[in-house]
Write a protein that binds this ligand. Structure first.
Ligand code: FEO
Length: 172
């Protein structure tokens, strides 16, 4: 296999950073939920954080397998203040949509240099993004249904604590 193109190496490093930034964002969202005593929502966000860390590790492993170099740039501070539960999920859904666009860009870049191995690796991420956007969109719908009904939010909170709602069913 030919050596990793410098543009692809850079883009993979950038994507690792995006995934770590997403993990950091979900960490902050979890902290927000702890702060308003919704520990089920906090646990759900921690599970999203874990997934993002796994995505970063998967990209890193691929980069290493291809003989690439990791550049470890700083990870940006996440948003920590939110106006409501709905605001958190709107922010999270936007984050996933941006991530999808970034993966699409990486895919396009790999296609441009005929890097078929990277295209194959990115296919997994494209499929995963479909699940991630779906899962986040469903969570947003649920909290919108609940609206200002604190009872409904508490029921949802209990279900999330048990892992009974809003699960991303994509393979890890
Ligand atoms: Fe790794 Fe939620 O995208």
């Amino acid at each position: 296999m030919k050596m990793l193109d410098a543009k692809i190496e850079k883009a993979l490093n950038r994507q690792i950073n995006h995934e770590l930034t997403a993990a950091y964002s979900y960490f902050a969202m979890s902290a927000y939920f702890e702060g308003i005593s919704l520990s089920g929502f906090a646990a759900w966000m921690m599970r999203q954080r874990e997934e993002e860390l796994q995505h970063a590790a998967r990209l890193y492993n691929y980069l290493m397998d291809r003989g690439g170099k990791s550049d470890f740039p700083p990870i940006g501070s996440p948003q920590v203040e939110f106006s409501s539960v709905i605001d958190v999920f709107e922010t999270a859904l936007k984050l996933e949509q941006v991530n999808t666009a970034e993966i699409n860009d990486l895919y396009q870049l790999a296609a441009g240099v005929q890097d078929f191995a990277t295209l194959s690796a990115m296919q997994w991420f494209l499929d995963e993004q479909v699940e991630e956007e779906k899962s986040m969109g469903e969570m947003l719908d649920m909290v919108k249904f609940a609206g200002n009904d604190k009872g409904a939010l508490l029921v949802l909170n209990q279900q999330l604590a048990k892992g009974n709602a809003g699960q991303n069913d994509a393979p890890a």
